[in-house]
Design a protein around this ligand. Structure first.
Ligand code: F6R
Length: 251
């Protein structure tokens, strides 16, 4: 596991965008797994900037998003469809037919989950998976619990997640209780994983993740300890407790 500690959010975002652009340069038809949420907004901004300068070309890239809220149609501003188009797809040259996001309003949700897994398989699996992390250690919307699911499935959001995501809605009550998410199996089969973490709120979970040697369904991100190619890019605020525990406090 490689750990990169960036000075701040902007530096974290630039580093993450650079890693993604390098992988696309190596393999123009990269299958790219994408995350939403507050953390990767700067990474998308930086990738758009690089695209405009001709530094990266997405014309052959295939994308698969991690998750979508159940019941929010693509045109809903709070949906992850809307987020992805407004932050990224509307500004770069990913071909529409190469964009995949779970459909949160599919008539047959079980079928939608199966279809999504099949599409990932047909594309040859994820080459590079971008991840954020929940305050409770979730990745995608694989929430802590007694067991974790391997494949795409409907998940019930944890109270911590509802609370954290309420900032994107008018109130906590409006946050959908359920989402479609790819499973831990799909994430773990990605050839390379880049996990981003930013801000004080993530310092506790990052310290837990990086200081413990234990893998547990109670901290879904801990499964990343078993993956052969994970890069963590976090800013100093997210790294604070981890560095304190290691005895490396940064002023
Ligand atoms: C988003 C996702 C989630 C977020 C996580 C952190 O597609 O799968 O796991 O990465 O909830 O969200 P932020 O970045 O808003 O703190």
């Amino acid at each position: 596991m490689e750990i990169i500690i960036a000075r701040d959010y902007d530096e974290m975002s630039k580093k993450a965008a650079q890693i993604i652009a390098e992988e696309i340069k190596k393999k123009p038809e990269l299958v790219l797994g994408l995350a939403t949420g507050g953390t990767p907004v700067g990474t998308y901004r930086e990738l758009v900037r690089m695209y405009r300068k001709g530094e990266v070309d997405f014309s052959r890239v295939i994308t698969f998003n991690l998750d979508e809220y159940l019941g929010l149609p693509p045109e809903d501003e709070r949906s992850y469809h809307y987020y992805m188009y407004s932050n990224f797809f509307d500004h770069v040259n990913v071909k529409p037919e190469n964009i995949h996001i779970p459909n949160g309003v599919a008539e047959d949700i079980e079928e939608e989950c199966r279809r999504y897994d099949e599409a990932i398989k047909e594309a040859g699996g994820i080459d590079l998976q971008l991840l954020g992390i929940g305050v409770n250690g979730h990745i995608g919307f694989n929430e802590p619990g007694e067991e974790l699911m391997a494949n795409t499935h409907v998940t019930t959001l944890a109270p911590d997640t509802i609370k954290a995501n309420a900032r994107f809605f008018n109130s906590e009550d409006e946050v959908p209780r359920k989402a479609i998410t790819v499973g831990l199996g799909t994430i773990m089969k990605a050839k390379k994983i880049v996990l981003l973490a930013s801000g004080k709120e993530k310092a506790g979970i990052m310290a837990e993740l990086l200081s413990d040697n234990a893998v547990s369904t109670k901290v879904p991100a801990s499964f990343l300890l078993l993956h052969p190619d994970v890069t963590i890019v976090m800013d100093e605020e997210a790294a604070q407790i981890y560095l304190e525990k290691k005895g490396e406090v940064r002023a």
